[in-house]
Design a protein around this ligand. Structure first.
Ligand SMILES: Cc1cc2nc3c(=O)[nH]c(=O)nc-3n(C[C@H](O)[C@H](O)[C@H](O)COP(=O)(O)O)c2cc1C
Length: 366
């Protein structure tokens, strides 16, 4: 299947299906010398793991990662890193009654129209479970970024109609909705409970901030850093909107407000405000990179829906099986992972941008 590869220099390819033997990722282009063990990756996978609250699918997966290649004596060797997560708790028979029916809001019909044949168990390749492989690769990217003083963190900014009014990152770890505001988390839980009672689902917005990114990273024109981030984030299942900086609000602003004034800071040029979200002309300007992803409500809902089957006959469908009533809390670490992968790819791509740096790297200074 085409479309499973992302990145140019830190290149990942994910593989596997929701109800197959397992899922995984290969990473080509990870620099040698990074200290890496399974625990470095597992701590991120544990944040995405299902079954941790009443707001996530009850599927009971340990999501234990195995490093198959690319690491020797605890350090990356510069060769492809293969990471495998075996599936343990598939209930494939949950899907047998809907095997020839297109679930509304899902990829089923599109897959059928394209391939004429599909793995209907849990959405196959388009399952939210595919993101386990992205998180594994993201953990490696996060470690590279951390070694350079770049920090990436995300949280739920809104759930349904409830938005946070403050950002307390420690609090985002305290509640099962990953909201950095305890009062908003309480209200969002109430809203979510009422939706769940009606066998309905909810969407929300995840905000992600990358701090410590140096200025001058990203390519102009088609390889713009914001364009690459948009591709990375929009490729996550259920994401329907992407914003950088003030995003759609810029359309209501004026140039005098929206332009971020520069000033001479101790360590270089900085901006007074950050409406741009840390990227201008597709290149980082050294300010925090701020992006947002809008997630739609989980498409699998318990109430009856109208649809069509593979024979083209109209029918109705009631989805059983195990599903997240909201995707957002588990997707927080997925957004962090895709952001980190994109930033590492852009940082590595920059290595050939300047002749003076190349000459210095090879020790050929005259
Ligand atoms: C972490 C994560 C978990 C998800 N869990 C579910 C789920 O339990 N049930 C479901 O119907 N969709 C779930 N989704 C969303 C679907 O995978 C997605 O909406 C579907 O494949 C259609 O693709 P699209 O929404 O990107 O168009 C999840 C997505 C993510 C990122």
């Amino acid at each position: 299947m085409a479309g499973s590869v992302f990145g140019n220099h830190f290149k990942i390819m994910t593989f596997g299906e929701s109800h197959g033997k397992g899922l995984g990722v290969t990473i080509d282009g990870c620099p040698a010398g990074l200290e890496l063990c399974e625990e470095d990756i597992q701590k991120y996978l544990d944040r995405r793991k299902p079954g941790q609250s009443s707001y996530t699918t009850a599927r009971n997966e340990a999501d234990a990662v195995e490093i198959l290649s690319g690491v020797f004596e605890g350090r990356t060797t510069g060769t492809p890193i293969a990471l495998l997560i075996r599936n343990k708790d598939q209930h494939s028979k949950d899907y047998s009654n809907i095997c020839d029916v297109f679930r509304p809001g899902h990829a089923d019909y599109g897959f059928f129209a394209k391939y004429g044949f599909r793995d209907y168990r849990g959405g196959g390749r388009s399952s939210g479970r595919e993101t386990v492989a992205r998180v594994a690769a993201g953990a490696v990217a996060m470690k590279i970024l951390a070694s350079m003083g770049v920090n990436v963190h995300a949280y739920a900014k809104s759930i349904g109609p409830v938005s946070v009014s403050k950002v307390d990152l420690a609090e985002a770890k305290n509640n099962s909705l990953c909201m950095p505001d305890p009062e908003a988390a309480r209200l969002a839980e109430e809203f979510l409970q009422s939706c769940m009672k009606r066998k309905d689902s909810v969407g929300g917005v995840i905000e992600c901030v990358a701090s410590g990114m140096p200025a001058g990273v990203g390519d102009p024109v088609f390889g713009k850093l914001d364009a690459m981030l948009a591709q990375a984030i929009m490729s996550i299942g259920a994401v329907k909107g992407f914003e950088i900086g003030d995003g759609f609000l810029v359309a209501e602003s004026t140039g005098s407000v929206n332009n971020d004034a520069f000033y001479a800071a101790e360590d270089g040029v900085a901006t007074v405000t950050n409406h741009a979200g840390g990227i201008l002309g597709g290149i980082s300007n050294g300010e925090d990179i701020i992006l947002r992803a809008a997630f739609k409500p989980t498409p699998s809902i318990g109430s009856e829906q109208k649809t069509v089957n593979e024979k083209g006959e109209e029918c109705s469908i009631t989805i059983h099986g195990r599903h997240d009533p909201i995707v957002v809390p588990r997707a927080v670490v997925v957004v962090e992972a895709m952001t980190a992968i994109t930033l590492v790819d852009a940082l590595l791509s920059n290595m050939g941008a300047r002749l003076d740096s190349i000459i210095k790297f090879y020790g050929r200074e005259l």
